[in-house]
Design a protein. Structure first.
Ligand SMILES: *Cc1c(COP(=O)(O)O)cnc(C)c1O
Ligand code: SF4
Length: 335
């Protein structure tokens, strides 16, 4: 018998799950029984932007299928090496709206705080895949500067915790950060942008929910889910718990070539999100970030897909189709 002290806790804590993330292309290929002929190019693209996949997400991928819509979001490809000329490292010109380190203030009334420099998963199409997290690396000293900026800017009433993924932070760090934000009188809302309820659903613990619920701030969570296959029972449980706590729950998705660019998938996504307590918020057209051009679809196709959603769904299940235009102080509706 294994001595008690050497037994792993079961079920594993979310912290254990975070530590067992796959960060090596070879391990990913072996776990999913992928053809090893594609490994060398995956390793090259991994050098540009590291592989990161959680086990709960991996378990939803069909083995041996290079076309799996979830695998395609995390698998490094040779295509990442080449991008059209107008593709850039900073497609949204965020570095021009970076008044102090760790803060992106582009839109009226709300400010983005880079709360964490990592995610639990690396999405290959991420518009921040080349973001300078080094220069914006979050720490308490750094946050104090960001908080001071928010303090001095009374036009801001909403703080968005972004990153990276703010939910990779511990409850004690998050609790400290939210308490600091609560002390700024003109802030009324705190919003968390996170993919963890999808890729690491055990992160949604009763303690986290209490932390958000207890705040004097109106709490909003915006999750990121692109495909109905991303939603399993654990995800539904996590989302339902957030919804039952009275926290507003919204989803943003990105339109991705050969992953979710068909009406049936998008309609099923809206329906399944709503069944789990989530309202669709935004459907984003891809940003022109270097390394992700192969995910892009033409605007005309996006509009046609959006029209099919409108023809088949109640209005509240149709997300706004948007794109980001650099320097514009809001997202731009496409129709
Ligand atoms: C998307 C975004 C926000 C949030 O915009 P909403 O339309 O309020 O959801 C805020 N700041 C930046 C820089 C953004 O890119
Ligand atoms: S979870 Fe969001 S921020 Fe993180 S890699 Fe994916 S798209 Fe980028």
């Amino acid at each position: 018998m294994i001595p008690r002290t050497q037994q792993a806790a079961y079920p594993p804590s979310w912290q254990d799950e975070l530590k067992s993330i796959i960060t090596c292309p070879k391990v990913l290929f072996e776990a999913l029984e992928l053809p090893l002929s594609a490994l060398p190019s995956a390793q090259q693209a991994h050098a540009l932007f590291k592989v990161r996949v959680t086990l709960p997400y991996l378990n939803r991928i069909k083995k041996g299928d290079l076309n799996d819509p979830l695998l395609k979001q995390v698998l490094p490809l040779e295509a990442e090496q080449s991008s059209p000329e107008h593709y850039s490292d900073d497609p949204l010109a965020e570095s021009h709206h970076n008044p102090v380190k760790g803060v992106i203030h582009k839109y009226h009334g709300r400010v983005l705080l880079i709360a964490a420099s990592q995610c639990a998963i690396n999405c290959r199409y991420c518009f921040r895949r080349n973001f300078d997290y080094q220069a914006n690396s979050p720490s308490r000293a750094q946050w104090q500067e960001s908080l001071a900026y928010i303090h001095q800017t009374p036009s801001i009433n909403e703080v968005i915790l972004s990153g990276g993924d703010p939910l990779v932070l511990s409850d004690s760090t998050l609790s400290w950060l939210i308490a600091q934000i609560e002390q700024i009188p003109h802030i009324t809302r705190v919003r968390i942008h996170t993919r963890l309820p999808i890729v690491l659903p055990h992160r949604i613990t009763p303690a986290l929910i209490t932390l958000m619920q207890r705040s004097r701030l109106n709490a909003i969570m915006v999750i990121h889910c692109n495909h109905p296959n991303e939603i399993d029972n654990d995800v539904v449980q996590a989302l339902t718990a957030i919804k039952h706590a009275g926290i507003t729950l919204l989803n943003q998705a990105v339109l991705l070539a050969n992953i979710n660019n068909n009406a049936q998938t998008l309609i099923a996504l809206s329906e399944q999100l709503f069944n789990a307590g989530v309202l669709p918020y935004y459907l984003h057209l891809m940003d022109t970030v270097k390394g992700a051009a192969h995910f892009s679809i033409p605007e005309s196709e996006a509009i046609a897909l959006h029209q099919q959603m409108q023809a088949n769904l109640p209005g509240f299940l149709v997300p706004k189709l948007v794109r980001e235009i650099p320097h514009r102080a809001h997202k731009t509706l496409i129709f």
